[in-house]
Design a protein around this ligand. Structure first.
Ligand code: IVH
Length: 670
């Protein structure tokens, strides 16, 4: 490799890995698998060794990572919190075993433990009382999160009597059980909040909350797995674990003493299979030399002990057969292919379907009918087809051809230039589009109609009562028939009709969003309502005028023109107007709290612990700031919460846009 090439590669890898480290530790939202991260880190390490002149002094190879946040007090660890080297296969473990035996001979034991997938925590006890809990941070110092950790039931605030030393640290992993994760995540979804991708992110998002009362509502647990004392108390790690358990700590009962590497490999094989039966996630096995004096003899590298290593499980991948490809039609007419699979057990659940995204994905996979496919489940809930097993393809099998007509109404599908998705153009007659549009209209972010839900919309549509949004407002004419259906009681019919009537007061921007015009999201609808003030002015605006409005680009302007040019849409809008819905923006007297954010623009993304995104928007607008709907060079700040989309983050970083937390936003106001 030429030195110029090496320089380029080192720079590219360094900045990429720094980004991943930030995503992982600060945003608690990794966008790369640990495996890929480690491979890239190894590559960078090798390049830096060969071309040390190009190594960045802050290279990710030199730091352990960092999750220190400004909201908490930073505390230095009495004993640094190290990471572990990783292995991914038996050979790498045999090599590890060889290195150990070379250094200390054959007479030693291993302790095998589950590698809990949470966040590591260092607890300090003085005279049997928990005095501090600190996150790992960069390994040297971390965040003091004691008040939050005190809410974890399984962490003793005071120890049982025992021979514990006056001062010690104990390390462990804070995590959330899968059941609790599912329950709380579903609640979030119902509240319209962004769901966490996995229990680990949920746990780490929780530990970083400022409000410990909120932390207490989210059930966390903690397994303790390493004891640090000033003077050695025990001869072995195993004895320490037993003692810790006696003192009242939650240690894990699945740990095992192994007398050689074969037993270690057996432990790994067992848990690679059995891990799905656990109530919590593990991502591997940790192997530690048991005896402390042998640990001392082996010592440390710059980042990790030589006497311990982790073995990482591979994302589970299974083979199964493709039964068929079916297609779903969304409210915009976009058609999404789904693979129906021969049911197969994967990561503890039976998988019957996998997403195929779009027609290009079918081509990428070169999917044939009856293919045997490899399915993988990463952090995501929906499994994905990784590839096809070509050896198992029947000689006479034919390629899966993307369907040419709509699965719901048989209309020929269309594809716009530059778009991956096929669309059904029959928006007036295609049932899932009709139902989807009405469901969108009544939804929480649009008209938020009380007493009317998605299922009712489906029922009312199938009975022929509603076909257009405006029909919803005529339902009161069918009250008697609705009662006769026997499906709804008097009370629920009255609630529904009341909710519908009340929704007529919803402001213009909500109605505009509710219409479901392509690319008109909540923020854009607000901008349009604010800029044009009435539907008449908006409908009359030519392209050149549309794009002068803040945030309105070519794509949105085109979509508006297309929508309003359609005579059916014009008629529907007239009907809704006649029914009394709001098509004129309220003239609000805007009295600002301050002008502190005047001239500054913001985008809010992700989930925040203390505020909803709408509350943050209000705060910004009340202080003279502007909310933009897409990231561009014009943007001044990105306010980032948990679980923000990686694409947004990447774009903001490329444009060098400062990324701030909600707390930082508030300090701008103080
Ligand atoms: S021992 C020097 N034991 O894995 C001792 N770590 O990659 C270092 N982890 O930061 C840690 N389960 O967050 C240890 N049974 C276990 C573990 C465990 C999970 C995590 C921990 C650590 C990381 C190292």
């Amino acid at each position: 490799m030429s030195s110029a090439e090496a320089k380029n590669q080192i720079q590219a890898l360094t900045s990429e890995l720094k980004q991943h480290t930030y995503n992982y530790y600060v945003l608690a939202m990794p966008t790369i698998s640990d495996f890929d991260f480690d491979k890239k880190l190894e590559k960078l390490n090798a390049l830096e060794k060969e071309f040390p002149e190009f190594a960045d002094p802050d290279s990710p190879t030199q730091v352990v990572g960092g999750d220190i946040t400004k909201e908490f007090i930073t505390v230095r660890h009495r004993w640094p919190m190290l990471s572990l080297g990783n292995t991914y296969n038996a050979q790498e473990l045999l090599d590890f075993d060889q290195r150990i035996r070379k250094a200390i001979g054959d007479n030693f034991e291993y302790v095998c433990e589950l590698k809990f997938d949470g966040l590591s925590m260092s607890l300090t006890y003085e005279d049997g009382k928990l005095i501090r809990a600190v996150t790992r941070g960069d390994g040297v110092q971390g965040d003091d999160v004691t008040t939050n950790v005190r809410t974890i039931n399984t962490i003793p605030k005071r120890l049982h009597t025992g021979n514990y030393p006056a001062y010690f640290d104990i390390r462990g992993e804070v995590f959330m059980h899968r059941k609790a994760f599912e329950r709380l995540n579903n609640e979030r979804l119902e509240n319209g909040e962004v769901a966490y991708a996995n229990p680990r992110n949920f746990a780490s998002g929780t530990i970083k909350m400022q409000d410990s009362a909120e932390v207490a509502k989210r059930p966390l647990d903690c397994f303790l797995y390493f004891l640090y004392t000033e003077k050695p108390l025990f001869k072995t790690h195993w004895e320490s674990l037993q003692a810790a358990k006696d003192w009242g700590f939650h240690t894990n009962d699945h740990s095992e003493l192994c007398s050689n590497i074969d037993e270690v490999l057996q432990f790994i094989t067992k848990w690679d299979k059995d891990r799905f039966g656990l109530s919590y996630d593990i991502d591997g096995i940790v192997i530690k030399v048991n005896n402390y004096s042998q640990q001392q003899e082996l010592g440390f590298t710059a980042k990790s002990p030589r006497w311990a290593i982790s073995y990482k499980f591979k994302a589970e991948r299974v083979e199964t057969e493709l039964i068929s490809v079916s297609y779903q039609v969304g409210r915009t007419g976009a058609v999404t292919p789904v693979a129906n699979l021969k049911p197969v057990l994967l990561a503890g659940t039976t998988v019957k379907r996998a997403t195929l995204h779009n027609a290009n994905e079918i081509i990428r996979l070169d999917l044939h009918e009856g293919d045997t496919v490899f399915v993988e489940k990463g952090g995501e809930i929906i499994p994905k087809i990784i590839s096809v097993n070509p050896d198992k393809r029947r000689a006479d099998s034919i390629p899966v051809l993307y369907r040419t007509t709509c699965p719901a109404c048989d209309t020929p599908l269309e594809r716009k230039e530059g778009e991956a998705a096929f669309y059904c153009p029959n928006d007036e007659g295609c049932p899932p589009q009709i139902v989807g549009r009405m469901q969108h209209f009544i939804g929480r972010k649009a008209m938020n109609i009380d007493g009317l839900g998605d299922e009712t919309i489906e029922t009312l549509y199938s009975r022929g009562y509603i076909n257009h949004i405006s029909d919803i407002y005529e339902l009161h004419n069918h009250a008697a028939e609705l009662k006769q259906m026997g499906r709804f009681g008097d009370k629920s019919i009255n609630n529904m009709l009341d909710g519908i009537e009340k929704s007529k007061q919803m402001p213009f921007e909500k109605v505009l969003f509710g219409l479901g015009i392509r690319y008109i999201g909540e923020t854009v609808a607000k901008k349009l309502a604010f800029h044009f003030k009435s539907i008449e002015k908006l409908m009359a605006a030519p392209y050149d005028e549309l794009i002068t409005a803040e945030e309105i680009g070519e794509r949105i302007a085109q979509s508006l023109i297309e929508y309003f040019n359609n005579e059916k849409h014009q008629q529907e809008i007239e009907k809704l107007k006649a029914l009394g819905l709001q098509f004129v923006a309220e003239e609000k007297e805007v009295k600002l709290d301050s002008e502190k954010l005047a001239g500054q623009s913001f985008i809010i993304s992700g989930v925040f612990e203390k505020y909803s995104r709408d509350e943050l928007k209000d705060i910004i607008e009340q202080n003279g700031g502007k909310i933009l709907s897409s990231i561009s060079a014009k943007l001044n700040y990105l306010v980032a919460g948990d679980n923000m989309g990686p694409a947004k983050l990447e774009k903001a970083q490329k444009l060098n846009i400062p990324i701030i937390s909600d707390e930082e936003l508030l300090t701008m106001l103080s």
